[in-house]
Every structure is written in structure tokens, then in C-alpha cells.
Ligand binder design. Structure first.
Ligand SMILES: *Cc1c(COP(=O)(O)O)cnc(C)c1O
Length: 359
């Protein structure tokens, strides 16, 4: 067996330890005589799995007691609709557009009400985060929306926006559990798990309890009401049971690694290896304004598309896969989420250095 270093933006690497554990428990989960894939989501044994996953998530992310943790389906993209459907009481919301995912959320909100683009970094192809300290927040805005780490462009917020008392809603898909988070700053904070946390198909939404109500937009389907899932502990219907189980294994792994403070240190160290190299390379260049650099997604380019293509091809043969940049940006992107070991980044840099010498 030979595993590659997978730099994909998502789905992405999972810790090898977790995969092995899942493999070991595949045919007979803890003496139940069945796989987690086969068991009833109403069984005692599954209840223990989802309850433990939630408890571990809560302790890792230090979720306050007045927040619900919901395991939902439909990926992060379904949240683009659920958020306005559940929160747009005045049918007004403010969006800060810092990349494709924020833009998609902003566009989706327009289906339901008045979505205001109160700041954007599109003028410079999303290579920075705009000043968010004193924005023209709408008086009647139901919430202010951000995407905190921009997966495609490789930027992240250094500070959360001043929402002037409005609820902050944040998509943290591509930085989920990569560092500590202060949940109390948000009304809703959510992430699709396939970047940093588990297998695609699950989105974890952390929502303040007072925002979970029956007062939703008319026509909101039962499955798209937060209250439906909150009232039923994420078991209103059949959840993506196996994927939640794997998320649970990842939470255990994160706890074993020392929790989110420790992950932040590791992730900073990992990112520094790559950024330091990029800052000194004559061939490869990072594409974003340094102070907004993401710890998770690192886009870079050479001077030509031909050289980019040659690099990507040779890297792939050497076991560094999925380095091609997003189709809207071109060049390369290395996503170095929690499960990417530091050796993977060091070896990539060594490979880049050799490539630079030979080309
Ligand atoms: C990947 C991603 C999404 C979309 O996730 P899906 O689960 O595919 O809907 C949304 N937001 C961010 C920041 C992402 O990285």
C-alpha cells in the first residue's frame, strides 16, 4: 500500500489513524456484530456514537451551553439557503463577499430577501480581506454574513467584522477545528466537514438557542428548519450515520493531538514551511496579500501556464496529488488541513525546490 500526499481542497486527507480505526471496526463495531453503516440510527449503540461525537465536538470547540450543535445534510451549500430561511425575519441581511463561497451565499440569500453586499474584495480577485472595522451595517439587517477562510483564494479574516450588534453568521468550512474558536461571537457558525473534519455529506451547524424558532420564512420545508433538527437531536430523519461516526473518530484524534490550541501551533508551523519557501523562491509566488494568508489553503503560481502544468504533472508522479488550482484562479493550490502531516509539506517544498533548480 502506498498512500499519496493529497493536497486537495476537499474532500481531503483524513488522519491515517482514523482510517485504520474505521477499517478495524468495519465488520463488527465494538461487538455489535454489524458495521456502523448497517445499524439503526435509533439503536442504543448508534445513539452512543452520535452523542459522544457531539460531546467531543463541544469540548474541542468549547461550545457554550446556550448553543446547539446540529449534524445536518446537504453540505455547506444547503446552509446558504437555510440561513436566510431561518434568520431573515426582516428579509434583510448584509454580506461581505470575499470569494466564491461568500458570493454564492450572497446570491442564494437574494432568493429570500434583500441581501446587501456591504464589502467585497472582488476588485482585486479576492486576494485580500476588506477593512471590516466600520462597515455600513444596515439598521434592519437580520444578520451579517462572512466566509471566514476563503478556500479558493487562500485568504482568511484576521479579525471578525464589527457587526454593530447584529448577529454574525460565519462559514468556517475550510478552517473548521484547525484552531480554537470563540463560538460566543457568532449567532451561527457552520462548516461542511469534508475539508478538515470528515467524509463529505455532513455539515455541522452551531447555532445560538434563541435563534432556533418556528418563526421562519413562509414555505420553509420541515427539513430546512433548524428547529426540526434541534428538537430531535439531529435524528429527525436518518442522518448520514457513518459519516458522523467518522467525524467522531476525528474528534477523538484531535483530542489526542492535544486539542485545538495544539492544532493551531502545528498548522502555523506547517504553513510557515510553505510560505517561507514561497517568499524566497524565484520561480513560485504566493498570490494573496501576506497579512491575510490562510493557514489551510495556499495558492501559488509560476510565471507561465506551461510551467504550472509541468509542475503539477511532475508533482503528481512523485506522489503529491491535487495541486492544481481552482479553475477560476489557475496555477496551484496546496491545501494543508489538519490531517496533512508536516512531513508532507516539507517533502513538497523539497520537491518544489528541486523543480526550481531543474527548470
Ligand atoms: C467547500 C466549501 C463550501 C461548499 O461545500 P459543499 O459541502 O460542497 O456544499 C462552502 N463554503 C466553503 C468555505 C467551502 O470551502
Amino acid at each position: 500500500m502506498s498512500r499519496v500526499y493529497n493536497f486537495s481542497a476537499g474532500p481531503s486527507m483524513l488522519p491515517e489513524e482514523v482510517l485504520k480505526e474505521a477499517q478495524q471496526e468495519m465488520l463488527d463495531y465494538k461487538g455489535s456484530g454489524q458495521s456502523v453503516m448497517e445499524m439503526s440510527h435509533r439503536s442504543k449503540v448508534y445513539d452512543e456514537i452520535i452523542k459522544t461525537a457531539e460531546a467531543d465536538f463541544r469540548s474541542l470547540a468549547k461550545v457554550p451551553d446556550n448553543y446547539k450543535v446540529l449534524f445536518l445534510q446537504g453540505g455547506a451549500s444547503t446552509q446558504f439557503a437555510m440561513i436566510p430561511m431561518n434568520l431573515m425575519k426582516n428579509k434583510v441581511a448584509d454580506y461581505i463577499v470575499t470569494g466564491q463561497w461568500a458570493k454564492k451565499a450572497y446570491q442564494e440569500a437574494q432568493i429570500f430577501g434583500k441581501a446587501n453586499k456591504i464589502a467585497s474584495s472582488e476588485d482585486k480577485t479576492f486576494t485580500y480581506i476588506p477593512d471590516v472595522s466600520d462597515l455600513p451595517i444596515s439598521d434592519d439587517a437580520d444578520y451579517v454574513y462572512i466566509c471566514q477562510n476563503n478556500t479558493i483564494y487562500g485568504t482568511r479574516y484576521k479579525e471578525l467584522p464589527n457587526t454593530k450588534g447584529k448577529i454574525l453568521v460565519s462559514d468556517v468550512s475550510s478552517m473548521f477545528l484547525s484552531e480554537p474558536m470563540d463560538v460566543s461571537k457568532y449567532g451561527v457558525v457552520y462548516g461542511g466537514v469534508q475539508k478538515n473534519v470528515g467524509p463529505a455529506g455532513v455539515v455541522i451547524t452551531v447555532i445560538r438557542e434563541d435563534l432556533i424558532t418556528d418563526d421562519v420564512l413562509p414555505g420553509t420545508p420541515t427539513m430546512l428548519k433548524y428547529k426540526t433538527h434541534a428538537d430531535n437531536d439531529s435524528l429527525y430523519n436518518t442522518p448520514p450515520a457513518y459519516n458522523i461516526y467518522v467525524c467522531g473518530l476525528v474528534f477523538k484524534w484531535l483530542k489526542k493531538m492535544g486539542g485545538l490550541e495544539e492544532m493551531k501551533k502545528i498548522n502555523e508551523e506547517k504553513a510557515a514551511v510553505l510560505y517561507d519557501y514561497l517568499d524566497n523562491s524565484k520561480m513560485f509566488k504566493g498570490t494573496v496579500v501576506p497579512e491575510y494568508r490562510s493557514l489551510m489553503n495556499v495558492p501559488f503560481v509560476t510565471e507561465s501556464d506551461e510551467l504550472n502544468a509541468k509542475f503539477i504533472k511532475e508533482a503528481e508522479s512523485a506522489g503529491f496529488v491535487n495541486l492544481k488550482g481552482h479553475r477560476t484562479v489557475g496555477g496551484m493550490r496546496a491545501s494543508i488541513y489538519n490531517a496533512m502531516p508536516i512531513e508532507g509539506v516539507k517533502k513538497l517544498v523539497e520537491f518544489m525546490d528541486n523543480f526550481e533548480k531543474n527548470n
